[in-house]
Design a protein around this ligand. Structure first.
Ligand SMILES: [Zn+2]
Length: 278
């Protein structure tokens, strides 16, 4: 699943590619991409694809933002198109793609912005004010922006959850997923299944530093492409080659040479070193 660095890479690409362009029309091959669905499989919203297109037609893209793992295409009338890629979504700028669930076409008849998504969990919707969108309002702080580290640390140390699960909770911090959490916990020497409340303040401060480092390195190397993730021009990221432990169960720990172990924490896969992560 794309995490903060992957979504940020797409955001930066799109900022160069689509800002200033006017949306001329939409091709909706799968209206469920606009409607989304909740955990019970029910529709999140009722959408008429014609009205949806009508709302976007003639609007210019004024900027591209990101909040957590959400991409925000800001429009010149103050509304925004929100995109969550979920498991396998891609937002690719290029020639029309027949596999796309939704395609956005622009008035200069340049390339098309295609939302492709083999597993079809991703969503695209319009928010009149993105800051008031319930999905956005539920998010915790952005890890790469200034945040109240003491408050974040206190909240984490009050949690009875395992640290891996606590960090994946988007209300606690926005944008983290399995890959970068696994890497940050290894760097910090903390076991993924350890209870967050057993950490000391010094542990959480060190952890926050490592979270920021792994995310920044992920952005620098344009994201991790194990399976589906591609940048906005369809290229793979190189950050996967630099991961120390994620996906490397059975291999030696780069720090102490003990054998890395795969594990599940609350159903989510992780890898850790049984010797140097406590
Ligand atoms: Zn080790």
């Amino acid at each position: 699943m794309p995490e903060l660095p992957e979504v940020e890479t797409i955001r930066r690409d799109l900022a160069d590619l689509v800002v200033g362009k006017m949306i001329s029309h939409l091709v909706v091959a799968d209206r469920r991409a606009l409607e989304g669905f909740g955990p019970d499989g029910s529709r999140r919203r009722r959408v008429d694809p014609v009205a949806f297109e009508g709302r976007l037609k003639g609007r210019r893209v004024s900027g591209v933002g990101r909040r957590g793992k959400y991409l925000l295409l800001h429009l010149d009338d103050g509304a925004s198109l929100l995109v969550h890629l979920r498991m396998t979504g891609r937002l690719v700028w290029g020639p029309p793609d027949l596999r796309a669930r939704v395609q956005i076409l622009f008035d200069d008849e340049s390339n098309v912005l295609s939302f492709c998504d083999t597993r079809r969990f991703g969503e695209v919707w319009i928010a009149e004010d993105w800051r008031e969108d319930p999905s956005i309002k539920a998010l915790g702080p952005e890890p790469l922006e200034p945040l109240d580290a003491d408050e974040w640390s206190r909240g984490l140390r009050r949690s009875s959850a395992k640290i891996q699960a606590a960090l994946l909770d988007q209300k606690r911090m926005a944008g983290l997923g399995n890959i970068y959490v696994t890497e940050a916990l290894w760097r910090a020497g903390i076991r993924p299944a350890r209870r967050a409340r057993t950490l000391r303040e010094s542990d959480t401060n060190i952890l926050l530093g490592h979270i920021r480092d792994v995310l920044q390195e992920g952005i620098l190397h344009r994201g991790v492409s194990f399976r589906d993730y591609r940048d906005a021009q369809g290229n793979k990221g190189r950050a996967g080659e630099r991961l120390a432990v994620y996906g490397k169960a059975g291999k030696p720990c780069p720090r102490c040479r003990a054998t890395l172990q795969g594990a599940k924490v609350n159903g989510r896969g992780t890898v850790f070193c049984p010797r140097c992560q406590k």
